[in-house]
Design a binder for this molecule. Structure first.
Ligand code: ZN
Length: 331
């Protein structure tokens, strides 16, 4: 092994508001094995920490590589992170406020752990090896339970004065809009996340009695963003209408990001990006309609790593930590 260069594997963990995706990743960022599970709603940080530990151990002992070849862990969570202490701050979807997540995981796993905001992780993956490779200016939004984001401007991952910058999911796009989990009203996340997609699907189920969404709702099924995406892929018009509405609202946020950052590309990742052009098409159209030229000509594309972007980016964090001793953004 070349001194200082990790040849062994790491585990990237993307712990979202409702799911955990973990992957065994080699230094070339190839995902060798993955696990996916729903994260049970919990107000106890202990439950979620244990979930991460269990998944990391499962992958470590999956037989793909020797357990001793797993040399570090990267974790992305939907929270701001104090990088000096590894403590989560201003967390919306998880009970991690004030919890020293990095050190807790490090103690339990007995491995080096790198921790960052999940949107930053996804941006890092795309910037290092995906659709933003070679870009000095790029915006990424991960559309899942909430909306995470990361921004590269002038060749730097933007952090802000206290690490709280580029919370694009909480830009207000509707003064009197629906409540956001952050307690504000009308945030982009409240209007264009997977949660919002489920809500829009449920609303349309009530208005379209012949639709598949209405049949499912009538059978007692809770209409989620995943339900809507699945039914849209099967051709249900109400579900497609819900995606079009949410995509259009996402486009309003993208237009704002285009005007602020004038990026080379805007990338959309996260679970809802599985809907592909049914989401991206309306988002692109609305963004181009609203953004000022020449920013309105910016490409709007699916993230290369799709729903894996946060997990792969977390692995990049771990590899950088092992190689350089610092998270990538500090290097
Ligand atoms: Zn908000």
């Amino acid at each position: 092994m070349v001194a200082g260069v990790p040849e062994d594997c790491v585990i990237g963990v993307d712990l979202g508001g409702t799911k955990l995706l973990a992957g065994l990743v080699n230094p070339e960022l190839r995902v060798l094995e993955r696990t996916y599970r729903l994260a049970p709603p919990s107000n106890d940080p202990e439950d979620l920490l244990q979930l991460v530990v269990d998944e990391v151990r499962e992958l470590t002992h999956s037989g793909i590589v020797a357990p001793s070849d797993v040399v570090g862990v990267g974790v992305g969570i939907p929270s701001l992170i104090d990088q000096a202490t590894g403590v989560a701050v201003s967390t919306v979807h998880q009970p991690f406020d004030g919890v020293p997540v990095r050190d807790e995981l490090q103690d339990r796993l007995q491995l080096p752990v790198a921790l960052d905001n999940d949107g930053n992780c996804a941006m890092l993956a795309e910037w290092r090896a995906g659709a933003a490779r070679g870009c000095d200016d790029a915006v990424l939004m991960t559309v899942g339970t909430g909306i995470g984001s990361g921004v590269v401007a002038g060749g730097t991952l933007i952090r802000g004065s206290t690490g709280a910058a580029t919370e694009l999911g909480h830009m207000v796009v509707d003064f009197d809009g629906p409540l956001c989990p952050c307690t504000n009203r009308g945030c982009l996340e409240a209007l264009a996340s997977g949660t919002a997609l489920g809500r829009e699907g449920a609303r349309l189920a009530g208005q379209r009695p012949g639709s598949a969404l209405a049949r499912l709702a009538g059978a007692g099924e809770v209409i989620t963003g995943v339900t809507v995406t699945e039914q849209a892929q099967l051709g249900d018009r109400a579900a497609r209408e819900a995606l079009e509405r949410v995509g259009t609202l996402l486009g309003v946020g993208i237009a704002n990001a285009m005007n602020i950052f004038n990026p080379e590309v805007v990338l959309i990742g996260g679970g809802v990006s599985a809907a592909g052009e049914m989401l991206l098409g309306p988002a692109r159209t609305e963004a181009r309609r609203r953004a000022r030229p020449p920013s309105n000509g910016v490409r709007v594309e699916a993230a290369t790593f799709g729903a894996d972007a946060g997990m792969v980016g977390a692995a990049v964090l771990a590899l950088d930590l092992l190689r350089d001793g610092t998270p990538a953004w500090q290097g």
